[in-house]
Design a protein around this ligand. Structure first.
Ligand code: 9MR
Length: 561
């Protein structure tokens, strides 16, 4: 036939569950008929486009194809005469199982200090990078016991993103999100097989993978005082080379309140989760809880140790120019840490340390804004709390549902019929992770109420990430028909393999152009380019993949409940 223009039809490029809603967006100028066809061009469904109730962010009316009524499993295309046809998609059960597992497997590919053999990594096999067995204490972190230049070992962990550094703050939210996936859906998560070196032990693969980073995090605590170094880093970002070719000196820099509280939260949550695997991992849960309590005490004694990279650079050499993850508001980290410590220990002292005074504030989590992770944990553990903790549950539930209702409000549904993109403010750096984190909020509301509207709304954001969006891309490498192929990700750029490392979600549309790479459009939901220099829209990061992994796996876990 003639040019198929699949770019004019935007849908989840992977597919749909038989009983779930099925929507595509068609970029056309008028109401037209559409059909759904098999690969052999047999028409199995006919419908008519409807104009979107609201214009998109460029002010244009776009058109909605609803084929929810088609439930027969199979492979199909959507065809709009004169406009084009979509990529092939699937209707079927477990339709997202592959991408959901892939989103977790992506963390394996980010492993530091180990080779990735072909057996697990396929064509993305690579040599070990960054042993991190001889890391220098930076002058900003010097103490009497550990003067500047002291050599410590801090192996393992995950590379943060497209760069090769390891940041505690960002590891914190990433770990909290992945551990919460396990805590919310243990039965499903136990069935997720990742083909990683630990796959044959008796621990779920997700927890094995998370352990690679947890063990690194434990090394970032100074055993002398309990404080946690903000990050382990080069002085400057590496070039676009493979991990084993990046051999610049590595430092741990000053301890900070945000890093230490995030660490305390993760270790406390990890303690109660890995406790179930005490036989396979003897002593781990205990070590985590001790580390968490020690970190908490350091943070109590240092309630305001800001990581200010510029201030640090004005006083110490070498100057450090890698990611700052700087933050100077710690109430949210304190809330999260106190909540996790309270849930694990049942000690009301921690509950009292939650800064409730500024009232419960549910916001969409980000690396700098983590109190909601603590609220989620309190709610998911609501039946195990002490009497004092149970008192907070009604207010927490109320606030969670207020946020979820504002997200799922049909009156503010944007043109693409997704929760994501209700306003231009949704499109900052790493916007796809906000879509995923909105999805998690909605899943939490569903867990609490079992109201289908929340699950449907969460699914709309999975559809968004997988293709029903203003860019026309499925935002996850290796999945979908037209997906990100050139992420700002050093191994994907440097490995000489055409296909990018799979399972990685791009940051997504962001008109900010902090990388000075021109995007084809600065309309916020379209401000995206698949270019490996464009780190403001096309980098990948552990704190972005984690909520995506949560969302995709949670939706798989919930489909038959
Ligand atoms: O995700 C971070 C984003 O919120 C910030 O605006 C941005 C600039 O400070 O940094 C992002 O984090 C990057 C980090 O600093 C270094 N590793 C790559 C991260 C993703 O781009």
């Amino acid at each position: 036939g003639h040019s198929s223009a699949p770019d004019s039809i935007r849908l989840n490029q992977i597919g749909f569950y038989p009983a779930a809603s099925k929507t595509a967006i068609v970029l056309t100028g008028n109401v037209q008929p559409f059909t759904i066809q098999t690969p052999g061009k047999k028409v199995v469904f006919s419908g008519k486009l409807k104009p979107s109730p609201r214009p998109d962010l460029s002010g244009r009316t776009i058109y909605v194809a609803d084929f929810t009524a088609l439930q027969q499993p199979g492979q199909y295309r959507l065809v709009v005469p004169g406009v084009g046809q979509s990529y092939l998609f699937q209707i079927g059960n477990q339709v997202h199982a592959g991408v959901a597992a892939g989103a977790i497997k992506a963390f394996y590919y980010q492993r530091v200090s180990t080779a990735l053999p072909e057996k697990y990594a396929g064509k993305w096999a690579r040599a070990a990078g960054h042993p991190d067995t001889a890391v220098l204490v930076h002058p900003s972190a010097a103490t009497a016991q550990r003067p500047a230049g002291t050599v410590i070992s801090a192996s393992r962990g995950w590379y943060d993103a497209g760069d090769y550094n390891k940041y505690i703050v960002n590891s914190g939210i990433s770990m909290g999100t992945l551990l919460s996936l396990y805590e919310d859906f243990p039965t499903y998560v136990k069935t997720v097989k990742l083909n990683i070196p630990e796959s044959n032990n008796q621990v779920p693969d997700l927890l094995d993978e998370a352990l690679w980073n947890l063990r690194w995090m434990l090394t970032m605590q100074d055993p002398n005082d309990g404080g946690v170094y903000h990050k382990l880093t080069n002085a400057a970002f590496d070039g676009m080379v493979m991990p084993d070719k990046a051999v610049q000196p590595r430092y741990v820099v000053q301890k900070g309140t945000a890093a230490t509280l995030d660490f305390a939260a993760v270790m406390s949550q990890a303690s109660r989760i890995y406790e179930n695997y005490n036989q396979q991992l003897p002593g781990l849960a205990d070590s985590c809880l001790k580390a968490a309590e020690k970190a908490w005490q350091w943070a109590q004694a240092h309630p305001n140790a800001v990581y200010d990279q510029d201030a640090m650079n004005s006083r110490f050499e070498p100057k450090v120019s890698t990611g700052a993850y700087g933050d100077n508001h710690f109430d949210d980290e304190r809330t999260w840490a106190a909540a996790e410590l309270y849930i694990t220990t049942k000690n009301d002292t921690y509950l009292k340390a939650v800064p409730w005074s500024n009232t419960i504030r549910f916001t969409i989590p980000s690396w700098a804004q983590v109190q909601t992770l603590g609220y989620y944990s309190l709610l998911r553990n609501r039946n195990q709390l002490t009497a004092a903790g149970k008192k907070a549950v009604p207010q927490l539930s109320h606030q969670l549902l207020a946020l979820a209702d504002s997200l799922a409000n049909p009156a503010t549904l944007p043109a693409y019929q997704t929760v994501m993109g209700r306003s231009a403010h949704d499109f900052g750096w790493g916007s796809n992770s906000d879509a995923a984190n909105q999805g998690i909020t909605l899943i939490q509301a569903y867990q609490l109420t079992r109201q289908a509207k929340y699950l449907n709304a969460a699914l709309s954001n999975l559809d968004y990430i997988l293709g029903r969006n203003g860019t026309g891309y499925c935002m996850v490498t290796g999945f979908g028909s037209k997906s990100t192929r050139h992420p700002h990700h050093r191994p994907s750029v440097a490995d000489g393999i055409a296909d990018p490392v799979p399972g990685l979600m791009a940051g997504g549309p962001n008109p900010g152009m902090q990388d000075h790479i021109q995007v084809p459009s600065t309309i916020p939901n379209q401000a995206y380019i698949d270019d490996d220099r464009a780190y403001a829209v096309n980098e990948i990061a552990i704190n972005w993949n984690a909520p995506f992994a949560y969302l995709a796996n949670a939706i798989e876990a919930l489909q038959y409940q």
